[in-house]
Write a protein that binds this ligand. Structure first.
Ligand code: NAI
Ligand code: MN
Ligand code: ZN
Length: 337
């Protein structure tokens, strides 16, 4: 089999490897599509603190089960599946309360162990979820990015009367917009970014109002609308955004964070407590695959709206470069195996 391997930071190779065998309790998936994510690019550049090298990257992938390990029902062979990258122990404190995404011994497929940018990948059998016929092969790998939006919104519990403000109209911001509109029916979704082309995508994905904060601050623009967001989601993740979000938010608002910056954010207790603001953080997903598969099957979310490119897997370097450098034209880039 061929695998896309980051041998060491900065060095990507397409390597011929012996076909892997699924361990007991695992399935082997013959991969047909995989999505490129910012974290794949970070591993490539050596900017992911969790990655070990060499590593087969890719954690958004779809394919067919073609072999099962000991203890797995052979009837599963042939299933069309997407794979939840969150591999957890099942018995630590977070696992015991249904939060395997922050398992004390968390292993993320494509980060801590070999992933889906490969002709074949192995995963625990319970991580492979059947994809119904309503979801075409090409879009199935998009389930994973939507699970991130499903996870953060599960904390925030959006309601139709919320005024939501979403920072960032990249892949993460767009999945969040779609879930706020299509699943929770939020009336007013405002999206801020610095790139007009991305704001156009935000509108196409359901945003009611878009703001470009390159020239004029969000605060100034919202003041003219006399608008106080009741729900803020930071999908841009610059450390300066948290204080701004707290200042802009309505009393009793909820704020969702998803960034991993190691830089400090400067915030005061007063700005949070005086308005009794709730802060939530969200990492990856906790068992959200079935929910997202249902939303996609029912047409509540439309993955097609995020996919701007699909390229053959052997062009992975060009695809990753495009994804990284051309934020005006690119959102989700898929690889076909
Ligand atoms: P992206 O880089 O494609 O999109 C970020 C967008 O935010 C860009 O369009 C950029 O122009 C905009 N932006 C940056 N700073 C801004 C600012 N100050 N004001 C307004 N807009 C601003 O990234 P992507 O893939 O959408 O991911 C977004 C973030 O989410 C990343 O930081 C990533 O690490 C994080 N993430 C977190 C996950 C989690 O589970 N917590 C999972 C996946 C991504
Ligand atoms: Mn991803
Ligand atoms: Zn655990």
């Amino acid at each position: 089999m061929k695998s896309i391997v980051i041998e060491q930071p900065g060095k990507l190779v397409i390597e011929q490897r012996p076909l892997m065998e699924p361990a007991p309790g695992e399935v082997r998936v013959k991969v047909s599509y995989a999505g490129i994510c910012g974290s794949d690019v970070h591993i490539y550049h050596g900017h992911n603190p969790f990655a070990k090298y060499p590593r087969v990257i890719g954690h958004e992938f779809f394919g067919h089960i073609d072999c099962v390990g000991e203890g797995v029902d052979p009837a599963r062979i042939g299933e069309r599946v997407v794979v939840d990258p969150v591999v957890s122990c099942g018995h630590c404190y977070p696992c015991s309360i249904g939060r395997p995404n922050v398992c004390t011994t968390l292993q993320v497929i494509g980060v801590h162990r070999d992933g889906g940018f490969s002709d074949y990948a192995v995963a625990p059998a319970q991580n492979a979820y059947v994809v119904p016929a309503a979801i075409p092969d090409r879009l199935a790998s998009m389930v994973e990015p939507f699970t991130i939006a499903a996870n953060i919104t599960a904390f925030l519990q959006p309601t139709p009367q919320d005024i939501a403000l979403v920072y960032g109209a990249g892949p993460m911001g767009l999945t969040v917009i779609q879930v706020l509109k299509g699943v929770y029916g939020v009336q007013q979704v405002i999206v801020v970014d610095r790139i007009d082309e991305r704001l156009a995508m935000a509108r196409d994905n359901g945003a009611d109002l878009t703001l470009n904060n390159l020239q004029q601050s969000v605060a100034e623009q919202l003041a003219t609308q006399n608008c106080r967001p009741t729900l803020v989601i930071d999908a841009a993740c610059h450390p300066s955004i948290l204080q701004e979000a707290i200042n802009l938010a309505s009393p009793a608002a909820r704020i969702g964070m998803m960034g991993f910056s190691g830089e400090a954010s400067s915030i005061t207790q007063q700005s949070i407590t005086s308005k009794e603001i709730s802060l939530f953080s969200s990492r990856l997903n906790s068992h959200r695959f079935p929910q997202v598969i249902a939303w996609m099957s029912e047409g509540k979310i439309d993955a097609e709206k995020l996919v701007t490119h699909c390229m053959p897997a052997h062009q992975v370097e060009a695809a990753m470069l495009l994804f990284e450098k051309d934020q005006r034209a690119c959102c989700k880039v898929l690889l076909e195996f």
